[in-house]
Design a protein around this ligand. Structure first.
Ligand code: COA
Ligand code: MG
Length: 307
């Protein structure tokens, strides 16, 4: 048996997508903040947070900003307007000029939406490492998540991550915002399952209330428990809680070290299942444990660089 990470070939080298901060490309003051923030990834938004008459200015901001700014370890993603919009072509030109790590497509509802953008990138020739991320934020997007994930993985392996968008989904379905997200959980889990089936990362939705950090931390824990890799964030105040919830806990680390130590013992060499103080551990746990320790190490390395 292989875990989802084994056949995941296109992950970002750090393996970290705990905190994915979105920033409106029209907001130069906010843009200038991101290089100093402790987030794993930044989504530069050209879509919902930018008014139609401001799209040109937002693209120009973004080009100038990315040209002059080194974002270090932070993964760079540009969210474009939908391919059916008047802005899409110019947005894609900006993407190809900026060469971020990924382009995020809004309201993806079928495999064609991913394939056509992968084709467009392929035809441009210059975009070897450019990945595609897909927002799953409409009823059809949720229903077709498995088909999108499956087709996207074979389309030159550009599809790399799903991001769930609950603001649009709530609007389209009439499910109101409520603590615990009870009625949304089945749909969220369906997206997680589709992502895992085809080796994609999956990022939980934004949470609009950036003042109630206790509620936000609870929602991060819930997202972690559902299997998400991280959370899309709207405000710098949300970064710390996401890094904590989606990073390895003290218990995770202790467990991973125990598993690695157990398999390192000479008398356990060649065994696939071992008895660790009355609990079975399997070799498949060793792979997970090693990956978790590697992720923890890259967080530690980053702290050293930051000081
Ligand atoms: N990225 C970087 N910096 C941000 C930021 C973000 N997403 N959101 C706020 N900041 C900065 C502000 O510029 C401000 O800096 P300043 O003190 O130097 O002026 C500081 O953080 C504090 O911000 P605050 O005053 O609390 O909020 P605000 O009124 O400036 O912004 C929002 C509130 C919601 C408008 C803003 O957070 C935002 O635009 N978020 C992203 C929205 C988005 O992308 N939506 C689309 C996807 S759902
Ligand atoms: Mg949206």
């Amino acid at each position: 048996m292989t875990s989802y990470r084994d056949h995941h070939s296109s992950r970002h080298p750090s393996g970290l997508r705990r905190s994915v901060l979105t920033v409106p490309a029209i907001n130069r003051r906010a843009l200038d903040k991101v290089a100093g923030l402790d987030c794993d990834a930044v989504i530069f938004d050209l879509e919902d947070s930018v008014a139609p008459e401001k799209k040109d200015e937002a693209r120009a901001n973004l080009l100038a900003f990315l040209e002059k700014t080194d974002l270090g370890h932070r993964e760079r993603i540009i969210r474009v307007n939908g391919s059916d919009s008047a802005f899409f072509r110019d947005d894609m030109d900006a993407v190809l000029a900026c060469m971020p790590d990924a382009v995020l497509l809004p309201k993806v509802e079928d495999p064609d939406a991913v394939q056509s953008v992968a084709d467009l990138i392929g035809e441009s020739g210059a975009a070897e490492g450019l990945r595609v991320w897909a927002m799953i934020e409409t009823p059809r997007g949720i229903l077709n998540a498995a088909a999108i994930a499956s087709a996207g993985r074979t389309a030159d392996s550009r599809l790399d991550a799903f991001v769930v968008g609950l603001n649009d989904l709530r609007k389209a379905t009439g499910v109101p915002a409520a603590a615990g997200r009870s009625y949304l959980v089945p749909w969220l889990m369906q997206v997680v399952l589709a992502a895992r089936a085809y080796g994609l990362d999956v990022i939980d939705s934004v949470s609009n209330d950036f003042n109630d950090l206790a509620a936000f931390a609870a929602e991060c824990s819930q997202g972690r428990a559902m299997g998400f890799d991280g959370k899309m964030l709207i405000h710098p105040a949300q970064i710390a809680a996401a890094n904590t919830a989606f990073g390895p806990s003290a218990e995770d680390l202790a467990e991973a070290r125990l598993v690695v130590a157990a398999f390192a013992r000479p008398d356990n060499a060649g065994l696939n299942v071992i008895n660790a103080d009355g609990r079975m551990i399997e070799r498949l746990h060793l792979d997970e444990a090693e990956r978790l320790l590697a992720r923890f190490q890259s967080i530690q390395d980053r702290k050293v660089h930051a000081t």
